[in-house]
Design a protein around this ligand. Structure first.
Ligand code: BDR
Ligand code: CA
Length: 313
């Protein structure tokens, strides 16, 4: 039976590709809903971008809820310098027409978890953890009903991508991350240490286009746009592809390797705000709270992604 998931996301081109990958995998993943959050761009844009992607995949039936418009304590931080002013620059997708459900995304998460059997729903997070933390604060009873949270989040040996030490999702809302990391929920973390290995080289992008379907062509156009900034920044053969790694883990965990460790996040201000503190060598007595991934079979990941995009319109 397909695993029930809720995707919490801030599209973002790489979020968009992750959503497509999940929708291309109905035998394994049953997408119960999408919840948007402020992150790569403001909430109104992440929500419109989610609508565009659902319509591109001809899946306007998937419930879409807008979540939080700002982090728990801080001012929003966005990344138009990477994703473009819309957050989904690259392809020219039609203005979306599908509805956004009236219910707030945080309440949707709470209701969905309460309505399901305990341990039935996995939360998949591709952006800052604001909505998940707010749901936990609002309704602590949901914590033990969550099967697992699989998140694109954080970094260890790769350092940061928005400050020298902090990964973007972690930096935007460290207070939310602190609530989630200390909740006791089973967590799998896909950090920059993994995603920085998954480079969208020109030949991989061409393979997406060569599928010949609208989703494959749009994927190449989206990633070609967001690559521009990263290729200049890193000087690599392609840009790292972040959020689809989370979906790949759900589909084929054997492509990844890691270990159970303690992970905390630096709250407060100053140059280490949002930094992940990863006890990789277990030098503290703190209990492991995260399966922290560091290894990935890169060709296997791109093969899987290309296959799943090929199942879409
Ligand atoms: C993460 O930040 C965002 O820019 C991407 O969508 C991804 O979720 C990578 O640090
Ligand atoms: Ca994201």
């Amino acid at each position: 039976m397909a695993r029930k998931i809720i995707i919490d996301t801030d599209p973002g081109q790489d979020d968009a590709v992750a959503i497509l990958m999940a929708l291309g995998s109905p035998e394994e993943l049953d997408v119960q809903g999408l919840v948007t959050v402020a992150g790569n761009v403001p909430l109104s844009r992440t929500t419109d971008n989610a609508r565009k992607i659902l319509e591109l995949a001809q899946r306007a039936d998937v419930p879409l809820h807008a979540g939080c418009a700002r982090p728990m304590r801080r001012k929003p931080v966005t990344a138009e310098h990477v994703h473009g002013p819309t957050g989904l620059d690259g392809p020219s997708l039609p203005a979306p027409t599908m509805e956004v459900r009236e219910q707030h995304g945080v309440l949707f998460i709470v209701d969905a978890l309460r309505a399901a059997k305990p341990g039935e729903i996995t939360l998949v997070t591709l952006g800052p953890l604001t909505n998940i933390a707010m749901a936990m604060v609002l309704a602590p009873d949901i914590v033990e009903r969550i099967a697992e949270i699989v998140m694109m989040f954080g970094a260890y040996s790769e350092g940061g991508n928005i400050t020298p030490v902090a990964e973007f999702n972690s930096y935007v809302d460290p207070e939310a991350a602190d609530v989630v990391l200390s909740s006791g929920v089973k967590i799998t973390m896909v950090p920059l240490d993994v995603t920085h290995q998954c480079l969208s080289t020109r030949s991989r992008l061409t393979a997406f286009r060569d599928i010949g379907n609208a989703c494959g062509i749009a994927t190449r156009e989206m990633l070609t746009f967001s690559e521009g900034f990263d290729i200049k920044k890193y000087g690599w053969d392609g840009a790292p592809l972040h959020d689809p790694c989370v979906i790949a883990y759900l589909l084929a965990s054997k492509l990844f390797g890691g270990k159970q460790v303690n992970v905390g996040v630096q709250t407060g201000d100053g140059p280490t705000a949002g930094m992940c503190i990863v006890d990789w060598w277990r030098v503290t007595e703190k209990p492991a709270n995260v399966l922290f991934l560091r290894e990935v079979d890169v060709p296997g990941f791109y093969k899987l992604l290309t296959e799943r995009l090929a199942r879409l319109p």
